[in-house]
Write a protein that binds this ligand. Structure first.
Ligand code: ADP
Ligand code: ADP
Length: 225
């Protein structure tokens, strides 16, 4: 079953004669449990696509179905709830809260949503990501790779329909990138967690189960599995 589906997805910025067709008819199907990389050069439309999929912005045209719901015409209020319930975000710069320790960062989305903490599940992801010894540390006491592992745990904590990762290894050296991405892959595979990652890095994209290539706002490769 598709957990994510787009049809005729367009996002234009500005207006004629200076219109930018950032997304120009994107058709995409992502299966439940898949780890997909959307790869493309700078300016190809990756960030715009990720923003649409995560309900951070409305498309100009087309539909986006996430877990059976059409999000393309939701208003800001509905999108906020949608993001909190259905999406886990992983960013290039980790976005941890500096005043909270590792454990507090991981459970923050659960607290904000008033959700019960499944301690067994939390323990499982903390162990899988090798963070048991770091729970009391503050983010500034961690290396970049460790901070990104915390961000991965935080994204997994709410059991979202999809995790969207925006250049997750963009600030890490090559060796650490491979390690962190390897962990993301193993963990998500064990938990059957769907991941959509954007990256301009071909080596990193190779680590995903599937590559979807975008050029000038169009999918040019990997639309079908
Ligand atoms: P990528 O993430 O692959 O680098 P983007 O999605 O950021 O690509 O950008 C795709 C195109 O849309 C680029 O030409 C970019 O300059 C343009 N673009 C992105 N966001 C905006 C915006 N808010 N306003 C105007 N143009 C934008
Ligand atoms: P990333 O590094 O994730 O690809 P970008 O640097 O492309 O991000 O874009 C950062 C932010 O700036 C995004 O919100 C994007 O929509 C916006 N943006 C990108 N290109 C333009 C542009 N030409 N004009 C206005 N905003 C833009």
């Amino acid at each position: 079953m598709s957990i994510l589906k787009t049809r005729g997805l367009k996002k234009y910025y500005g207006s004629e004669p200076n219109i930018v067709r950032a997304l120009d008819g994107v058709e995409l199907d992502i299966e439940e449990g898949e780890f997909a990389a959307i790869v493309g050069t700078s300016g190809s439309g990756k960030s715009t696509l990720l923003h649409m999929l995560g309900g951070l912005d409305n498309p100009t045209e087309g539909t986006i179905i996430v877990a059976g719901k059409d999000i393309s015409e939701m208003d800001e209020e509905k999108l906020t709830v949608f993001r909190r319930r259905q999406i886990g975000f992983i960013f290039q710069n980790y976005n941890l809260v500096p005043m909270l320790n590792v454990y507090e960062n991981i459970v923050l989305p659960l607290e904000l949503d008033g959700k019960k903490k499944d301690q067994l599940y939390l323990q499982k992801i903390i162990t899988m990501l090798g963070l048991e010894e770091k729970l009391k540390n503050m983010p500034n006491q961690l290396s970049g790779g460790q901070q990104q592992r915390v961000a991965i745990a935080r994204a997994l904590a709410t059991k979202p329909s999809i995790i969207l990762a925006d250049e997750p290894t963009g600030n890490l050296d090559s060796r650490t990138s491979q390690d962190v991405l390897g962990l993301l892959k193993v963990t998500s595979s064990k938990l059957k967690q769907t991941i959509v990652m954007i990256t301009h890095n071909e080596e990193i994209a190779q680590l995903a189960d599937r590559r979807i290539r975008i050029e000038d706002g169009k999918i040019v490769e990997g639309r079908w599995r």
